[in-house]
Design a protein around this ligand. Structure first.
Ligand code: UD1
Length: 426
């Protein structure tokens, strides 16, 4: 297994370009299953989850080809789908495989998708996806670790669905399912994440009739078929947020281009509250400059437009360098503080009680060997490593490779001393 070796203490300076959003590219690729025509998805980040999604689509007999070098544009063509199945071998490496359920049900009226199971950050059930499909007329059973769903006469029907809890991929799945259903679907308490809005924009280009984007009530009038399209994925707001913290935490000056500042409102506000100096240079460029002093600020994770749970670990790294006591409350996932104990091993003063962590700073972190437990926890540990004295060795970085394109190269490009140590495969 690969590891990252970081020699901390260097302020980062320079310009970094943000890649396409992983969490937008995943549903966009799955949406290509909704039509027999060619779909071009551009600005796909070169990360492992997207490779897994390509394999999944290919398993279902879609033709997936990369049309640019380096690979960031994909052509997907699914004239016929012979395997309406997402097998365990692929689903176990990527929970977002569940995003094929909605499109398969919409296009074929039948699907067999391995149950994703829990993961390091919580139980992460998919009950709300299944309940909504049942409301749309699907018969859903789960047995032998697989979800099996079937729509009578091969077609879902529109329904009035109220999500008990806001779910991002649940909203995306039902949007895709409803796009080809009979009649109108009203989806209440829908997720408002920019990635949902990006999917709606793409589906609309494919001929879907959807209104309400950006709000929590979506109306989808099913159509009989969708057609091919070209779609460019929005910038990754979590990657951009991670680099904002990287600049702020190291006392450097970073220019972050190809980003969407309008998607980063809560993160920018919180970092500014902590003392970071952030300004927009133009519509797609942000700059972060050294703070006079980083000060503690409490944060609570929330659904968009609130502070993203996917930025919580990175914020915790910053809080270790801020003066005072920062309370960090995690409301989305029940077990998302695995990075805290690793940061404590680096010398941080963090106590965790259920869904609340309290960080006392500032602390001079000291490098040691730490384990990454999930994608965003890995990013938090990389940030901690950038300010720690001595060497930090981060193990299990396959987590970070799932979602950050070229993070080592991008950080090195702005002056970080970070290298990938190739593992032996053991
Ligand atoms: C997506 C993102 C992930 C992000 C998360 C929250 C993708 C590919 N992943 O994950 O990066 O951290 O949103 O912003 O876009 N829940 C249920 N039942 C369900 C579905 C969800 O109880 O059927 C719960 C979850 O356990 C969690 C909460 O709802 O506590 C939100 O989860 P959800 O929004 O569904 O997360 P994902 O879509 O899996």
């Amino acid at each position: 297994m690969d590891k990252f070796l970081i020699k901390g203490g260097k302020a980062l300076h320079g310009t970094v370009a943000i890649s396409g959003a992983k969490n937008s590219a995943l549903p966009a690729m799955a949406a290509a299953l909704l039509t027999s025509e060619k779909v071009m998805v551009r600005n796909v980040p070169r990360v492992r989850d997207l490779v897994t999604m390509s394999k999944l689509l290919a398993f279902m007999d879609a033709k997936v080809s990369v049309t640019s070098i380096p690979a960031s544009d994909y052509a997907i063509e699914a004239p016929s789908l012979n395997h309406a199945e997402a097998p365990y071998e692929l689903v176990k490496t990527m929970r977002a495989s569940i995003l094929t359920l909605g499109p398969l049900m919409a296009r074929l009226g039948v699907a067999r998708v391995s149950l994703p199971g829990g993961c390091a950050i919580g139980a992460r059930p998919v009950d709300l996806h299944l309940k909504a499909l049942e409301q749309m007329g699907a018969m859903v059973t789960t047995s032998h670790g697989y979800i099996e769903a079937r729509a009578p006469k091969g077609r879902l029907k529109g329904a009035h669905i109220v999500f008990e809890k806001i779910t991002v991929t649940g909203t995306e799945n039902i949007l895709m399912a409803a796009a080809l259903a009979d009649g109108e679907t009203v989806l209440e308490n829908a997720a408002r994440e920019p990635e949902v809005t990006d999917l709606i924009a793409m589906l609309r280009k494919m001929g879907a009739q959807i209104c309400g984007d950006g709000s929590s009530t979506l109306r989808i009038r099913g159509v009989s078929e969708l057609h091919g399209t070209e779609h460019t994925i929005i910038p990754d707001r979590i990657e951009a947020g991670t680099f904002l913290v990287a600049g702020a935490i190291t006392g450097g000056e970073l220019t972050i281009r190809n980003c969407a500042p309008e998607h980063l409102g809560a993160v920018i506000t919180k970092l500014q509250q902590a003392g970071a100096r952030i300004d927009a240079l133009d519509a797609t460029t942000l700059r972060v400059r050294p703070a006079d002093k980083l000060s503690a600020a409490d944060v609570t994770t929330e659904e968009y437009p609130g502070f993203a749970t996917d930025m919580q670990a990175q914020y915790m790294a910053l809080a270790t360098q801020a003066e005072g006591t920062s309370g960090i409350t995690e409301t989305i996932f029940e077990n998302r503080f695995m990075h805290a104990s690793e940061m404590v091993r680096m010398g941080a003063h963090i106590s965790v009680d259920g869904r609340k962590a309290v960080v006392r700073g500032p602390t001079q972190l000291s490098g040691t060997t730490v384990q990454a437990s999930d994608l965003r926890a890995s990013a938090g540990l990389v940030l901690a490593g950038l300010v720690a004295s001595g060497e930090t060795l981060i193990d299990r970085v396959y987590h970070i490779d799932r979602g950050y394109e070229g993070i080592v190269e991008k950080l090195r490009g702005v002056g970080a001393d970070i290298t990938r140590v190739h593992g032996t495969g053991l």
